[in-house]
Each structure stands twice: as C-alpha cells, then as structure tokens.
Design a binder for this molecule. Sequence first.
Ligand code: SAM
Length: 266
Amino acid sequence: MARNATNELLQKAKKSKSDEFYTQLSDIESELQHYKSNFRNKVVYCNCDDPRISNFYNYFALNFKELGLKKLISACYINQERDLFNNVEFERGCFYEYTGAEGEKIKPSSKDIIHFKGDGDFRSAESVKLLMKSDIVVTNPPFSLFREFVAQLVKYDKKFLIIGNVNAITYKEIFKLIKENKAWLGINLGRGISGFIVPEHYELYGTEARIDSSGNRIVSPNNALWLTNLDTLKRHEDIELTKKYFGNEVEYPKYDNYDGINGSIQ
Ligand SMILES: C[S@@+](CC[C@H](N)C(=O)[O-])C[C@H]1O[C@@H](n2cnc3c(N)ncnc32)[C@H](O)[C@@H]1O
C-alpha cells in the first residue's frame, strides 16, 4: 500500500482514538542497543504499557542487569475494549514495579500488579507521581495524545525515548524542541519501526504486513519514528561536508513559504 494511503489509515486511528498499535520487541531492541550507557542506575518508566504484555516492559525486565537499571515501572491505562491478548476486561489502570531483587517476578501476572484508584491516564496524579520518581520515559504513547505526552515530559524535565508518527515532527511544539536541540530523532531515523502488532479487528496493511510465527498480526505503516533527548555517540560523529552553500546558492533554493533551505545531501 502506498505511503500516503497507510498514512491515511494511521490518521484514521488517530481520529477514532483507537491507539492500539503495539510495539514489537525486535524494533525496541534494534533502537535501544544504541543507548545502553544512558540507563545505568536509572529508573525507567513505561507509562503506556501493560506490564503483562508490553514489549517495552519485556525489554527492560530482561535486560535489567545488563543495563544496570535501578528500577523499572510499567503502567497502563484502563482498557475500554477487551484486552488484546488475554481477553480480560480491566476496570482500572494498573502498574508494576520491578527492582531486579532476588526472587522477584520478572513476568507479573494479574495478581502481582497494583491497581491505580483511577484509570491510569498518563496525565493522572497517580501516574504523574510515578513519573516524578523516574529518570527516563520509554514507550510508544497514544498517537492521539502525542503533543500532550511530550509537553508533560518537558514540564517534568524528563529524559525520554518514545515512538511517534513522522507527522509529529511538523507539530509546532515538537519542531521547536528539535530546532532548539532539546530533542532529536532516534538512531534509526525513519527506518526504526518495521511494524506494529494490532488487535484482531484491525485491517492488515503495509508492504510488510504479516502474521508472525507467534500469531501476532503485524501492520507496517512505515511512518513512525523514535524521538529522544538521550545522547548517543552518533550525535557527536563528524559529518563529512562536501559542498559550501555560499557560491552554490542556486542549488539550494529557499522554500516559498519559509525562510529556509533543504540542506540534505543531494
Ligand atoms: C500506540 S499504543 C502502544 C502500547 C505500548 N506502549 C506498546 O508500545 O506496545 C498506546 C497505548 O496507550 C494507551 N493509552 C491510551 N490513552 C492513554 C492515556 N490517556 N494514558 C495512558 N495510556 C493511554 C492505549 O490503551 C495503548 O495501549
């Protein structure tokens, strides 16, 4: 399916607020391998992640020792529809804290988790309390609330590594962060997400749409990216410059509606 057609479908998901695009472990591993040194002795908060099913939770729990994490907190919102994987209806949001202590369960069951009093919205006081005791937020938040999600991270001055739609970088609040060097794209740029796991009732679309060996239904919208304010070695690599702007202005015309040029390598 063409990129703009898949984009349309994601936009539809945004409008209908059906935000159930779950991240694959392989995509998380592929990006996260570049940030390992950032996590030593840190508290990670995955605040849109059901610890029983989230691959973000799985990644950090399984790599807890190697990353040298202090704590992992994973919290999720009330499910308005029946849960994608275990068909249980939850009335409240819930969370789980993993500290890597001897005997502690890596994979919590429903009786190990703690229920919030409320719905577990990332903006709720209960979730913000967990946010305040965390250092780094890593998740794929709801597409429909991306602006608010990032605004909250900025407000509480948190480090983050999150997934967003490519269009998000054109939102004025997000573009401003990038322009001011307060956020940047992830290492894998626009190629960091190969697909999302979706519920049964979602249409499968995208060039690499498939059902994987575990029976997960995967769509490949090809228009998501990682946004972060975590430092990486790549940011400090010298870019080999091949041309000067002055003297070659004709090759770099200004945009009609913006005082800027496209400086990408041609
Ligand atoms: C794009 S999905 C990603 C889920 C998970 N983070 C992952 O990557 O697999 C966004 C998730 O945010 C949840 N969500 C929707 N509104 C929310 C809110 N206000 N607060 C917290 N989570 C919310 C949705 O139920 C959904 O599970």
